[in-house]
Design a protein. Structure first.
Lengths: 328, 274
């Protein structure tokens, strides 16, 4: 096999795994969009907040210690113990559920039956609030996150590809794990939304708030449910991205990469989020690989958005999005 | 089979309610009505008369439209239900079918029906039995069960909406404008089924309708609303024969059918609201 082809193949494999990471973030958006018709601007910050909380718990950091120190002149920082990951993750999940309850109580409850744009604006507010709140609660330093997932080059892939092609591919083990976890997550979510009573109620609420109320579905419960699920998905995304590049405030910007993924896959489709993520991941890497020598670099920064633009022109509902039903 | 005629017991009693939207717009100005158990009761009137608001005040769906019952009481089986969560009301047996159908478009017809059983806790078997019952009354829905509700016809959507309400096994259905946008033949068919559900399943209906002619043929009692007030009530037979109803709502007069242009509005104001 010629070298170029091999390199291209390696690039696409790397693209696939990178795409899974994008898809993980996009998933959270899709969930909330499906259930409430809201484009949740805060999803990226939600991932950041989840990762911060997890690291905070793991390292036994005292929440709000900077604030308390500034007010009382104390020198608090850590409790002096480390919480094992198996405890820290459930504890973070509880925090995310608590957050969902607060979001419902203080924001969504008051905005029932409002235009989607108003709800969208509310999530922008939430995003800024959470970013600042996370900062006050856990501090602004960059933190390393380690939940015990394997990292570094996968020697299995390296050896296997070396045996076949005489050239070992470099694939990060973390990204292989991310792919596996994403697959499980999607399977669970699909089963939940298609085959359970609460899942059906969730889709019903997405279609028509008033009608859902009229058949006795409690909007408040469904919203807490969706935001909790979105919070948990955000936690998974936060763990993956945090393990890869550290927990820092730029993590909230991964939401921007999720946008083109959503436009490609469709805002309402869980498989769409995955396929969209994969296409963008692979497209990005391949485009870079082939075009870099010609136009000279930095294509990864804009390729996804250009692709999204083309999709918006020709297939605005995305690859798998629900067609907007309009009967005349 | 249950008794066909309405009983003497009152299932729902609305006492002198006022409804405000957005804290300023007074939509109902003291509405009172009784709904006898086991009957079909119709609220009639033109656009903006307050029919839908009355139904939504009972089901408390006005809350999500920034409306509020500011005065009066609504008693269902003797219990005040003003401000009760719609979900609790569905559990106690009152369910509304909203104006304009409001099906879940992206769900299939069958999924739409199943959402109607959301509040039920008596197990899958009971829900499946209910589903069969709904299909028995609406065989058309069984044929379309796998179709997305958004792609079905207006009549099928109205059937889906009524069937969905039935799935909660209600004692009372609030039916808002079932004839809206449907062909006369289909309207007749829908009312026929409503009437059968009332007779055979003992479901009490309170329906809001602009189509006075059809509604008064199927209902047992009726209320006529104008401008947020009830201006006339009586049993359906009486209302059908009332000269004012004939003139203003059925387009008839002593000299036979009459053009609406000839009905002079000042006369009606004088006669009814004096």
């Amino acid at each position: 096999m010629p070298d170029t082809l091999l390199f291209a193949l390696e690039a696409s494999l790397n693209g696939l795994t990178a795409g899974v990471m994008y898809a993980l973030v996009a998933l959270g958006f899709v969930l909330i969009f499906k259930a409430s018709g809201i484009f949740n601007f805060a999803q990226g910050v939600l991932a950041l907040f989840a990762a911060l909380t997890l690291v905070g718990f793991q390292s036994g950091q005292i929440p709000f210690s900077h604030l308390i120190n500034a007010m009382l002149g104390t020198r608090l920082h850590h409790f002096g113990w480390n919480m094992p990951t198996v405890l820290a993750i459930p504890a973070t999940v509880l925090v995310m559920i608590g957050l969902a309850i607060l979001v419902e109580r203080f924001i969504l409850k008051h905005l029932v039956n409002q235009e989607p744009i108003i709800l969208f604006m509310a999530t922008i507010g939430l995003a800024y609030f959470l970013e600042g709140f996370g900062d006050i609660m856990w501090g602004a330093e960059v933190k390393a996150l380690d939940v015990g997932l394997p990292k570094g080059m996968s020697s299995a892939v390296d050896e296997a590809t070396f045996a076949w092609f005489g050239y070992g591919f470099y694939i990060d083990r973390l990204e292989i794990w991310a792919a596996g976890i994403a697959a499980v997550l999607v399977a669970v979510l699909t089963v939940f939304s298609q085959y359970t009573k609460q899942g059906r109620a969730l889709r019903a609420v997405a279609d028509d708030h008033q009608a859902a109320l009229s058949v006795g579905i409690s909007l408040r419960f469904i919203w807490v449910l969706t935001w909790s699920i979105a919070g948990i998905v955000a936690l998974v995304a936060g763990i993956m991205w945090g393990s890869k590049s550290g927990v820092q405030f730029s993590l909230s910007l991964i939401a921007l990469k999720a946008l083109p993924v959503l436009i490609l896959g469709g805002f309402t489709s869980i498989p769409g989020a995955i396929v969209g993520g994969l296409i963008i991941g692979v497209g990005e890497k391949l485009f870079d690989f082939f075009m870099n020598p010609i136009i000279g670099g930095a294509t990864e920064n804009w390729f996804a958005y250009m692709l999204a633009l083309i999709f918006l022109l020709f297939r605005p509902q995305g690859l798998f999005g629900e067609r907007i039903i309009e009967r005349v | 089979m249950l008794d066909a005629s309405p009983t003497q017991t009152t299932l729902l009693e609305v006492n002198n309610i006022e409804v405000l939207y957005n804290h300023v717009i007074l939509a109902l100005k003291g509405v009172s009505l009784d709904v006898p158990k086991g009957g079909i009761t119709a609220i009639l009137g033109g656009n903006g008369a307050g029919k839908s608001t009355t139904l939504k005040a009972i089901s408390n769906l006005i809350h999500s439209e920034r409306g509020e019952v500011t005065k009066g009481s609504i008693l269902y089986e003797g219990r005040n239900v003003v401000g009760l969560d719609p979900a609790d009301l569905v559990k106690s047996g009152v369910v509304q079918v909203m104006e304009g159908r409001h099906c879940f478009e992206h769900l299939t017809v069958e999924e739409n029906l199943l959402t109607g059983a959301y509040t039920r806790t008596d197990g899958r078997g009971a829900v499946a039995a209910e589903l069969d019952l709904v299909y028995e009354y609406f065989p058309r829905l069984k044929e379309r069960r796998k179709s997305q509700a958004g792609y079905t016809s207006g009549g099928e959507q109205q059937m889906t909406a009524i069937g969905r309400a039935l799935m909660s096994r209600p004692s009372m259905i609030l039916l808002d404008e079932p004839s809206m946008g449907l062909a006369p033949q289909l309207v007749e068919q829908i009312f026929e089924i409503v009437s059968r559900l009332n007779r055979e399943q003992g479901v009490t209906f309170l329906l809001a309708e602009q189509n006075t002619n059809v509604a008064l043929r199927y209902a047992h009692t009726g209320f006529i609303m104008e401008n947020g007030r009830i201006v006339m009530e009586g049993n359906a037979q009486e209302l059908r024969e009332n000269p004012d109803v004939k003139e203003f709502y059925l387009g008839m007069s002593d000299k036979g059918r009459k053009s609406f242009r000839d009905v002079r509005s000042y006369r009606r104001r004088k006669r009814w609201l004096a």
